[in-house]
Design a protein around this ligand. Structure first.
Ligand SMILES: NC(=O)c1ccc[n+]([C@@H]2O[C@H](COP(=O)([O-])OP(=O)(O)OC[C@H]3O[C@@H](n4cnc5c(N)ncnc54)[C@H](OP(=O)(O)O)[C@@H]3O)[C@@H](O)[C@H]2O)c1
Length: 215
């Protein structure tokens, strides 16, 4: 069990399901969104007392902060953060744009059927771009590579669900491993951010969106 405090910024598909899985194991966390803590009242009632609703500033003060917002929201959110001072930031994002379902599908977009489009990062992988947005933080890429609907089922097909993670700081990765294991996952270190990030990055990373189970 980790003794670090946990903040989750974003309470949509990713943030809410990570909070659910932590709640199942009694791990405490503070979750925030753009609309404020009151908007999370029914969610908190659902998941129980280990998860607290907070402001973005409160969630951002934690020892480990999961960023669970859409790529397009990152610069506004991360532009207004307090100094990271070596705290751990988990990059749960992927460089995709969510498409308006009412707009006709672009036949040249290979991801149109999933309702998303890849964002052009000029050849960089997304965690390299993310890392520049959180100066002074120790970035670990994790929790980004699976469909969020499977996250609460940490045990499946007789084994533990695999969660990949990567990062440049050994101690930060050890903390994130503890958190993933406390949540019930089988955590697999893919190495440095420049190696593991592209491997598990959606949309085109070779390990992304594949459900590995450790038997
Ligand atoms: N969906 C998936 O299957 C999946 C899987 C893996 C990774 N991801 C990645 O996870 C990230 C989030 O995806 P999602 O599906 O969870 O998106 P989502 O359902 O649209 O949720 C986004 C959340 O971000 C919050 N937010 C946006 N701007 C904010 C700000 N300035 N301050 C605080 N909160 C802010 C929103 O707040 P409000 O609720 O107040 O609007 C919302 O709770 C994306 O980068 C995505 O690529 C998604």
């Amino acid at each position: 069990m980790t003794s670090s405090t946990i903040g989750i910024i974003g309470s949509g598909g990713l943030g809410s399901n990570v909070a659910r899985v932590l709640a199942q194991k009694g791990v405490s966390a503070t979750i925030a969104n753009s609309r404020g803590p009151a908007s999370l009242a029914s969610f908190i009632e659902e998941v129980g007392p280990s998860i607290k609703a907070g402001t973005v500033a409160e969630a951002a003060r934690a020892d480990i902060v999961l960023v669970a917002v859409r790529w397009e929201s990152l610069s506004k959110l991360l532009g207004g953060m307090p100094a990271w001072n070596g705290r751990i930031v988990i990059d749960g994002t992927n460089p995709v744009e969510f498409l308006d379902p009412n707009v006709p599908k672009d036949p040249t977009n290979p991801l149109a059927e999933w309702g998303i489009k890849a964002i052009d990062l000029g050849g960089k992988h997304s965690s390299a771009v993310f890392r520049e947005m959180v100066p002074g933080a120790r970035v670990v890429k994790a929790l980004n590579h699976l469909d969020v609907n499977v996250l609460p089922q940490t045990v499946a097909s007789g084994g533990q669900r695999v969660q990949f993670f990567s990062g440049d700081d050994v101690e930060a990765k050890a903390e994130v491993r503890k958190l993933l294991e406390a949540a019930g996952y089988f955590a697999v270190d893919l190495g440095m951010l420049d190696a593991g990030g592209p491997l598990a990055q959606l949309p085109f990373g070779p390990l992304a969106a594949i459900n590995f189970i450790k038997i």
